[in-house]
Write a protein that binds this ligand. Structure first.
Ligand code: ATP
Length: 336
């Protein structure tokens, strides 16, 4: 039986990089029937709604989706469709594996860490108002329920993947109540996993430690905003936004999307790096239980980056999105 999954091509470079991921998925031989759905700019043009009910219905029906990035207007316009989608489907855990790839020249080697970001609350609650002219408030919401749930996810993931350490990142010295609650929940969960080392770090120090000694980290557990910022920092450690995959996971559904955004500056030029999206597709296969095919993609990507012959400009090459997708697809077949 083929898998029936939802495809959201997204905005900007989304259609290019999801197209590349589909080429590679096809090369693995996995049978997938795709239901294509619209969100973001294209959905506004067609339905006057950035997240139409049809799209939510499809996402709920198929439970697993591959999604390209959807842009969010800055300081005006509609709110983030990405955030709304995560809230509507209760995709509370954002998982971003940060791994060094062969051949990618960065200041660091042998990075292998996982960012686990709480996806539903904190300053992303979207509660902002003007108290008086020239004075605005933005409310940070932290709940015991969501904090326990994301801590539990981190430790369960650590156990399943045989990881050694979870570091909770916070600013509880300043936000004593909100980040204090987040920390106390992490501590409660950590007690039930005595074999996994648990420690805590203040977010500013964590950023400094990440750029000086990133190898000390294993799993990073963060609330929403710190998770967003630290994810991009971590992407920089291993070669940039073009190479880091991601997943949003809930109890009943999962949406797989790369860390990067819609990159309007390079959209339509055929030069977007598809590796992040290709590795995201591998994460999706792993989630579906297709471990061998997922590993084949990961090995193929490492061969391509290691050879350095077919790379997009962000990694110092001169190849196109399509050429990278085709080269990875050829390699994938060797590992199946
Ligand atoms: P959005 O509003 O959707 O978040 P953005 O441009 O603010 O878009 P990103 O899309 O994450 O944020 O891009 C940040 C920078 O990284 C841009 O210069 C972009 O070109 C670059 N970038 C992001 N993704 C890729 C990619 N896959 N390949 C090459 N460059 C990328």
């Amino acid at each position: 039986m083929p898998y029936c999954l939802t495809l959201l091509p997204g905005d900007g470079i989304g259609p290019e990089v999801t197209g590349a991921a589909l080429t590679v998925l096809k090369a693995t031989g996995v049978k997938i029937v795709w239901d294509k759905a619209l969100a973001g700019q294209r959905a506004i043009e067609r339905y006057a709604d950035p997240l139409p009910p049809e799209t939510i219905k499809l996402l709920k029906k198929n439970k697993v989706a591959l999604k390209g990035p959807i842009g969010t207007p800055i300081a005006k316009g509609f709110g983030s469709v990405n955030v709304l989608m995560r809230k509507k489907l209760n995709l509370y855990a954002n998982l971003r594996p940060i791994r060094s790839l062969r051949g990618i020249r960065t200041k660091y080697q042998n990075i292998d860490l996982i960012v686990v970001r709480e996806n539903t609350e904190s300053l992303y609650s979207g509660i902002e108002h003007e108290v008086a002219p020239g004075v605005v408030e933005s409310i940070k919401v932290i709940t015991e329920k969501a904090s326990l749930r994301i801590a539990e996810f981190s430790f369960q993931y650590a156990k399943k993947e045989k990881r050694k350490k979870v570091t909770a990142i916070h600013k509880a010295n300043i936000m004593k109540l909100s980040d204090g609650l987040f920390l106390s929940c992490a501590q409660r969960v950590a007690k039930r996993f005595p074999k996994i080392i648990y420690n805590e770090m203040i977010v500013d120090n964590a950023c400094m430690q990440l750029v000086t000694r990133p190898q000390q980290f294993d799993i990073l557990l963060l609330e929403n905003l710190y998770g967003d910022i630290v994810s991009d920092l971590c992407a920089g450690l291993v070669g940039g936004l073009g190479v880091v995959p991601g997943a949003n996971i809930g109890e009943d559904a999962a949406i797989f999307e790369a860390v990067h955004g819609s990159a309007p500056d390079i959209a339509g030029k055929g030069i977007a790096n598809p590796i992040a999206m290709i590795l995201t597709a591998a994460m999706m296969l792993k989630y579906l239980g297709e471990t061998k095919r997922a590993q084949a993609i990961e090995q193929a990507v490492n061969n391509i980056t290691g050879d350095r012959e077919v790379l997009t400009p962000d990694l110092g090459g001169s190849s196109s999105t399509r050429q990278v997708a085709n080269a990875v697809s050829r390699q994938v077949k060797k590992y199946l």
